[in-house]
Design a protein around this ligand. Structure first.
Ligand code: HSE
Length: 296
C-alpha cells in the first residue's frame, strides 16, 4: 500500500455536559474545522480563522501534538509536516475547539500510516484523544458524531453513540469573551452533597431518554447541580442567560465549560430563540452533526 503524503480531515464542533452529563454526555454540532497535513521537509503551520495570531505555530500546536502522539503510538517516527488549519470553531467558548484539534491530529496521522486505522481503530483513537484532552466528553462526538456517552474504565476511555431524535435542533449563543476551561474547572468543588449527585444521576439518565426520543422531557432533563452554578463567578452573563431562557420554557444549559449557551429548540422557532441573544453574542442555529471526523 503506498504511503499517502497529503491528508485533509474535517472535525465537527461539539457541546459537552448538556447540563447534567458532566464529563460524559456530548453532542456533535454542524460546523467544522478543516486540517490539511502534508509530509514536507520541515515543520510549517498556518492557521486561518479562529485562533489565528494566538496559537503557537511550532511543535506545541495542539494538532501537531496529537499527530506526534499518534505516530509514537503507532511506533513510527514523526515526519516533518506542513499543517494548514482552517478553523471555524471559536476558541475558549465551550464548543470543543481543542477536542477538534486533537481528533484532527489523530485521524490525520493514522491516515498517513498504511494500515494505521486497523492498528489505531476508533476505540484506541478515542482513548488517545481522551488522554490528551483529560476527559472524553468532547472528543467522543468530535470523533464519532451524533450524541455520545463517554466513560472511563481501568482500560481507558470509551464511548457509545446513541441515535439522536431527528427533531432535536440547537441554537448556540456565543459571547465575545473567552473563558479558559482550566479556569472553569478550577471553580468546581472537590466534593458535592450526595443529594446533588443523586439528582444529577437521575437527570443524566432522563436526558438520554429525552435526546433519543422524548424531547418533551428536555426541560427537566437538562437540570444540573454539579457544575453550572459553581461556574457563575467566571461567567455571570452566561448563567443569567441560561436562567432567562429557562424561565421562557427553553431548555438551555452552559455549553461544555462555557461560556457559550446551548439551547435545545426542538420544534420551536429557531429564529425566536436566536433573537434572545444579548447584544454582542452570536447566535448559531445548528443541526446535530451525524458524521464525526472525516478524511476528505
Ligand atoms: N466536561 C468538561 C467541563 C467540558 O465541563 O469542564 C469542557 O472540556
Amino acid at each position: 500500500m503506498p504511503t499517502p503524503r497529503v491528508i485533509e480531515v474535517s472535525v465537527p464542533a461539539s457541546s459537552a455536559n448538556l447540563g447534567p452529563g458532566f464529563d460524559s454526555l456530548g453532542l456533535a454540532l454542524g460546523f467544522r474545522d478543516v486540517v490539511r497535513v502534508e509530509v514536507a521537509d520541515r515543520l510549517e503551520i498556518t492557521v486561518e480563522g479562529s485562533g489565528s495570531g494566538d496559537v503557537a505555530l511550532d511543535e506545541t500546536h495542539l494538532v501537531h501534538r496529537a499527530l506526534a502522539a499518534t505516530f509514537e503510538q503507532l511506533g513510527r517516527p514523526v515526519p516533518p509536516v506542513r499543517l494548514s488549519c482552517r478553523n471555524r470553531i471559536p476558541h475558549g467558548r465551550g464548543l470543543g475547539s481543542s477536542s477538534a484539534a486533537i481528533v484532527a491530529g489523530i485521524v490525520a496521522a493514522r491516515a498517513l500510516v498504511p494500515g494505521g486505522s486497523l492498528v489505531l481503530d476508533d476505540r484506541a483513537a478515542l482513548d488517545l484523544a481522551g488522554r490528551l484532552e483529560g476527559h472524553a466528553d468532547n472528543v467522543a462526538p468530535a470523533l464519532l458524531g451524533g450524541f455520545t456517552v463517554a466513560y472511563e474504565t481501568a482500560d481507558g476511555y470509551h464511548a457509545t453513540q446513541l441515535a439522536v431524535d431527528p427533531r432535536i435542533r440547537v441554537v448556540v449563543l456565543v459571547p465575545a469573551e473567552a473563558v479558559k476551561t482550566t479556569a472553569a474547572r478550577a471553580l468546581l468543588p472537590a466534593q458535592v452533597p450526595h443529594r446533588d449527585a443523586a439528582r444529577n444521576a437521575g437527570r443524566a439518565a432522563l436526558l438520554v431518554a429525552a435526546l433519543t426520543g422524548r424531547p418533551e422531557l428536555l426541560m427537566d432533563a437538562t437540570e444540573d447541580a454539579l457544575h453550572q452554578d459553581y461556574r457563575r463567578p467566571a461567567m455571570p452573563g452566561t448563567c443569567d442567560l441560561v436562567t432567562r431562557l429557562r424561565a421562557q420554557g427553553v431548555p438551555a444549559v452552559i455549553s461544555g465549560a462555557g461560556p457559550s449557551v446551548l439551547a435545545f429548540v426542538g420544534e420551536r422557532d429557531v429564529e425566536q430563540v436566536a433573537a434572545l441573544a444579548p447584544v454582542g453574542w452570536e447566535p448559531l442555529a445548528l443541526a446535530v452533526d451525524l458524521d464525526g471526523a472525516q478524511v476528505c
